[in-house]
Design a protein around this ligand. Sequence first.
Ligand code: ATP
Ligand code: MG
Length: 326
Amino acid sequence: MTHEIAVIPGDGIGQEVTPAAVDVLGELNIDFEFVHAEAGDETKAETGTALPEETAEIAADADATLFGAAGETAADVILPLRSIVGSFANVRPARAYPGLDALQPETDLVFIRENTEGVYSGIEDEITEGVRTLTRVITEDASEKIAEYGFQYAKRNGYDDVTIAHKANVMRETDGLFLDTAERVAEERGAEYDTALMDALAMHLAMTPEEYGVVICPNLAGDMLSDLAAGLVGGLGLLPSANIGEENALFEPVHGSAPDIAGEGVANPSAMILSAAMMLDHLEYPEEAETVRAAVESVLDSGPRTPDLGGSASTEEMTEAVVDEL
Ligand code: ATP
Ligand code: MG
């Protein structure tokens, strides 16, 4: 069976790390057809639009999309792409790796972030000069979907601890609905879980991340808590993510286009390669996904490493080392 993969490197280091992930995927015994497409700042300069219709169609038709990064035009590219793939869950693992310095070396967290509503509903107004409002939308439907996905994820990936993050003591209606719905889902599934107020949770995650596993969050909380966790494990170059939809999905590193190092060939390819591993899981190649992760882990442990990890290897050298491990 052939899997059609849309490959959108985008801008800056996206151009450098995306080919690294494609190289790694090419080493596996899986029939991929990579369809390359353009988006981002350069595309806008050339064509007048950051996300050409052709690219949108390629992503919509593909079985999955690998996306690198976009610079200034990020919001014009990634937000529509996420909605083209119908993504409702943003999955952000944050793991510490042996052999690398991390503030919290025991961290192994996965944030399951609701990706369609909350304070990112886009409903903002100026009601009079100097007074602006934002409508925070929480629906039972989206809350149920994200909770179902979170509990499924925990079960499939062997996480015992599931925490539902909320602030229902203050946002009684909206987070009340989020919390009630997620708890109902847990009970229907017979799953164990904890609930946590998101502010206190931020402190506990910083101090004792090892006590947590999967964290199911409303949109903004998931965005912020997962960045906090990124700080605990040390470095944007390590963090992959997935945007999961009903039938389609998009995989991208958490980092952006890193204009400060773009073009130098020294970007850490790990986040992008680990995003490709998440794609392998999604396409139901768990063994291959694990093999890729193990190869990345081994290179992170013994090198060669890129400068952000204290080494002096290029993107290509680090990628070759991962390919050799495979
Ligand atoms: P953008 O607006 O595209 O997000 P940015 O300036 O915010 O760009 P990021 O890509 O978010 O840059 O990166 C933030 C910092 O982390 C930069 O200093 C960048 O060099 C570093 N960084 C990010 N990703 C990597 C990577 N894969 N390898 C090495 N360093 C990285
Ligand atoms: Mg950035």
